[in-house]
Design a protein around this ligand. Structure first.
Ligand SMILES: *Cc1c(COP(=O)(O)O)cnc(C)c1O
Length: 434
């Protein structure tokens, strides 16, 4: 099947003249997979339409936020009503209190929360808070986990064990990342060694509990348990970056999933974004009262934002959280997502394609690999050229998955059994061409 991409192409040409790379966030540019990005004209439910009015089943959902699908009537209504009352005041509003209450009610590890505008901002603020709370400088992160584009976090592992890393971006001075340790995800031995060497200097360990920025990789339960134990033993704070997983994998976030396996499990600080804004720029970080009270204006850790707690964004977030809190919401979403992954695995087996997948709640990942990877290096064993053929084959058939093999996928409440079946049929066709 071929399609006319003229309007996308001409928009891309125009965009490239005035916006670096033609996009406002790099992964949108299709650089990894090649071809022309689809410029979205409008979206409804599980679909969006590009500049040529071509329809796609959307498995990105704005990279996670659109858990209800696009244009949910209750969310639209709340946003329209809020907009009429004013866009931004730079003064507190009742809706900020309501949203803060709604978040902490559902995530017991948080006594207090501060609202911000992006996951990047929330993550960098959480690190400043952890450093302020501990009086320490070092931070520990894992290769393949993304926590936003703050300088100190744009680091990949150096050579050798438990070394301090190298910047992954130009413009990040070595002095700024000298305190950032980068370890392999799910590697308990490295974790133990890093704490044995540097434990008393570590302010925080920051992690994605289910990594969604190296496709979909779960932290194992023993690894998660050791992260918690070592942080407690050495007085470091455990920061759970649930920007992607929060209100996406379960109502209580990924931490509620791990708490089922590790009694009493809770992170010290949680970072959220994506779903809590329902598609509007909104993110948050929160934790125990004594830690959060270190923030200005109460404490000495400075953090601020002109548009923080924006009244239209909080209305969007609140309406979204209300919908996902309905009984059975996550059970239905999880079973539909699991059905997709299971059917794709069956189709791959029929067609003799090495393939495996995993999902939690409304988040999934699949790999052109014989078994599920445990860390970034294993994810990157995927045959990139093969993935690109799969991506473009699906795109040609009206199915839009992430344009890079190291991204997770998202199912919304608006995806129907028919959408799933159509996706599986399209994928089966593409498998035959691989
Ligand atoms: C998306 C994401 C971020 C960054 O959020 P932005 O709103 O894009 O700044 C941080 N952490 C994780 C886990 C994410 O998925």
């Amino acid at each position: 099947m071929t399609q006319n991409t003229d309007y996308n192409l001409s928009l891309f040409e125009r965009a490239k003249a005035v916006i670096p790379g033609g996009v406002n966030s790099p992964v949108r540019a299709f650089k990894a997979v090649g071809g022309t990005p689809r410029f979205v004209k409008r979206a409804q439910g599980a679909y969006f339409w590009d500049a040529n009015d071509q329809r796609y089943i959307d498995y990105i959902g704005s990279w996670g936020p659109m858990i209800l699908g696009h244009g949910h009537p209750a969310v639209l209504g709340a946003v329209q009503k809020a907009a009429l009352d004013g866009f931004s005041f730079g003064a507190p509003t009742e809706r900020e209190v309501e949203l803060a209450e709604a978040i902490i009610e559902r995530v017991p590890s948080m006594d207090m929360v501060r609202l911000v505008s992006s996951g990047t901002e929330a993550g960098m603020s959480a690190i400043r808070l952890a450093r302020g709370a501990t009086g320490r400088s070092k931070i520990l992160k894992f290769e393949g986990c993304y926590h936003g584009h703050a300088d100190a976090l744009l680091v990949k592992a150096g050579s050798g064990l438990a070394t301090f890393g190298n910047a992954t971006s130009a413009g990040v001075p070595p002095e700024v990342i000298q305190h950032t340790l980068v370890l392999e995800y799910n590697n308990v031995v490295q974790l133990e060694e890093a704490f044995a060497l540097h434990g008393r200097e570590i302010a925080c360990l920051m992690m994605e509990p289910i990594a969604g920025n190296m496709n979909f990789v779960r932290a194992s339960v023993p690894f998660t348990r050791r992260c918690r134990e070592l942080c407690t033993e050495y007085g470091a704070l455990l920061i759970y970056d649930e920007v992607m997983t929060g209100f996406r994998v379960a109502l209580g976030g990924a931490q509620s999933v791990y708490a089922q396996h590790i009694p009493g499990f809770a992170p010290d600080i949680t970072v959220m974004g994506k779903v809590i804004g329902g598609g509007m720029p909104l993110a948050a970080f929160g934790g125990r009262r004594e830690v959060m009270e270190l923030l200005a204006p109460l404490g000495a850790v400075y953090q601020a934002g002109t548009l923080s707690g924006n009244p239209v964004a909080t209305a969007c977030g609140l309406a979204t959280l209300k919908e996902v809190s309905r009984p059975g919401f996550y059970d239905a979403l999880a079973s539909r997502t699991r059905a997709l992954v299971t059917a794709l695995e069956a189709a791959a087996a029929d067609e003799g394609v090495p393939f495996c997948g995993d999902s939690e709640g409304g988040m999934f990942g699949f790999f052109l690999l014989p078994e599920l990877p445990q860390n970034y290096a294993q994810v990157m064993r995927t045959d990139g050229a093969r993935f690109n053929r799969l991506f473009h084959g699906l795109l040609d058939r009206g199915v839009y998955i992430a344009p890079a093999l190291y991204e997770a996928g998202f199912v919304s409440a608006a995806h129907t059994d028919e959408d799933i079946a159509a996706t599986v049929a399209a994928t089966r066709e593409v498998f035959r061409t691989l």
